[in-house]
Design a binder for this molecule. Structure first.
Ligand SMILES: Cc1cc2nc3c(=O)[nH]c(=O)nc-3n(C[C@H](O)[C@H](O)[C@H](O)COP(=O)(O)OP(=O)(O)OC[C@H]3O[C@@H](n4cnc5c(N)ncnc54)[C@H](O)[C@@H]3O)c2cc1C
Length: 425
């Protein structure tokens, strides 16, 4: 049984290179973007020039597309190795974007790589990988029906010759306003054999007639690029279908597995930043005769956060190792021998999302009024963290699936072991 959490010397060197790049290039670049403390934040062309300048440097440094195979210009890393890269990259706000491994493009790249035709890969995946485009978006959620249950999707496509005509309503489509294309999931089948076979996915060039940007939805962390879209008689050629008819649900699930875990990797970086800040503050703030770090009430918060972060890291590494093992299996692997990582990803996603909120909350508590202010990144991180508990699968839906798997494991084997990581203890 091999359990070894050390990185090879090459990967350790890569980790250090990424850390140095984040510290020496991205963090100063971010300060410049925000006006360096006393100036005006950069806007328009100046902002784009600064952002794409960092991307160019990252590409030249070979820290680029860590999640993609080398033939697509990527670093060809597995998911365990990717966890290491994402956790370093997300120590800065723009890190994942600078390395071209940010949501939703990262998930869309995986999806196009797996489901796209050669022509679709050439037209959409290649420019996305090169990183000179304004990016892509993924459009599934609708305001009228529960996003947690994609079998309820109402956006409808009907066939008209060799075209499809689409009508519907989407919202919270991240990056839609700047995206050059969307992967749109809509209903194409009237009487599918199973509810999960009702939807298909299409690639939509943006802008397109019939794709109407209603607004960017204002959220608790501002209007940060999540659009409401009204789709009216949008026409796409049959060639724009991504995957087969009725495979939209499957495609969404395929996309979400690794994408959920990639979120967890980035959230770990955020939680670690919050814990570092919590400890630093407690070592520098004096009250009632001692430093905060010497007070038991503060130590409990530090200890709980350390334990939870440790659990989170182990869960993410284990789920990532299962995804790697699954991807190593050939398509001819019998169904009952396939490595199933869904349960581990679900548990990691639920745990890490909640851990993130708790650790940032404690860090704010230890900082007092300063933590509540926007003078530190904590307030901003807290607002961002809240969405983690329902986007990409709400807590309760993950809990429902985890419980179903646990009950099934017991029903099948008279033991719940398979549902608790299937570990050898
Ligand atoms: C910042 C942000 C970015 C997003 N980006 C995108 C994007 O790019 N593309 C996209 O398509 N979508 C995006 N979304 C939408 C996101 O995927 C949905 O919010 C998510 O799928 C949940 O759907 P919903 O909001 O409709 O909530 P609902 O499905 O209505 O669920 C609301 C609540 O009901 C409860 N619930 C639901 N089902 C169950 C159940 N079976 N059992 C128990 N309780 C249940 C849960 O508490 C859940 O939080 C984004 C959302 C946010 C906040």
């Amino acid at each position: 049984m091999a359990i070894d959490f050390t990185l090879s010397p090459e990967l350790e060197a890569l980790r250090m290179r990424i850390r140095a790049f984040v510290d020496d290039v991205i963090k100063p670049g971010e300060r410049e973007l925000e006006g360096g403390g006393d100036g005006e934040p950069l806007a328009g062309r100046d902002r784009l020039r600064a952002l794409f300048g960092m991307r160019k440097q990252a590409k030249e440094a070979g820290i680029w597309l860590p999640h993609m195979p080398e033939e697509w210009g990527g670093m060809g890393l597995g998911h365990v190795e990717l966890a290491m890269v994402q956790a370093e990259a997300a120590k800065s706000y723009y890190g994942p974007w600078v390395f071209n491994c940010q949501a939703p493009d990262e998930g869309n790249m995986h999806t196009l790589l797996h489901w796209g035709t050669d022509a679709q890969k050439e037209k959409y995946l290649k420019p996305l990988c090169e990183g000179n485009t304004r990016g892509s978006c993924f459009a599934m959620t609708e305001p009228e029906v529960a996003g947690s249950d994609p079998t309820l999707i109402q956006t409808r496509a009907y066939q008209d010759g060799d075209e499809w005509v689409i009508n519907g309503h989407k919202w919270f489509i991240s990056g839609a306003r700047r995206a050059e294309f969307a992967i749109l999931v809509c209903r194409t089948e009237d009487n599918p054999d199973i509810p999960q076979a009702a939807n298909s996915a299409f690639i939509i060039d943006l802008p397109s007639e019939g794709w109407n940007d209603v607004r960017e939805v204002e959220t608790m962390h501002g209007g940060t690029g999540h659009s409401e879209i009204l789709i009216e008689d949008l026409r796409v050629h049959n060639d724009q279908m991504l995957g087969g008819r009725g495979q939209g649900h499957l495609l969404g699930q395929y996309r979400l597995g690794p994408a959920r875990l990639a979120h967890c990797m980035r959230w770990i970086a955020q939680a670690e930043t919050a814990l570092d800040m919590m400890v630093d503050r407690s070592l520098n703030r004096f009250s009632h005769g001692s430093l905060l770090a010497e007070k038991q009430g503060i130590q409990w918060m530090i200890a709980d956060s350390s334990m939870e972060l440790y659990q989170a890291k182990l869960m993410v590494l284990h789920a990532a190792s299962k995804i790697d093992a699954a991807h190593k299996q050939g398509d001819d692997t019998p169904a009952d021998e396939r490595v199933d990582f869904k349960g581990e990803v679900s548990m990691a996603k639920h745990f890490v999302a909640n851990m993130l909120g708790r650790v940032i909350d404690r860090a704010i508590q230890v900082h007092g009024a300063l933590g509540y202010s926007t003078d530190t990144p904590l307030a901003h991180m807290y607002q961002h963290a809240r969405w983690a508990r329902f986007a990409d699968g709400a807590d309760e839906v993950h809990q429902m699936r985890i419980a179903q798997r646990t009950i099934a494991a017991y029903t099948d084997h008279k033991s719940t072991r398979r549902a608790t990581g299937d570990l050898p203890i």
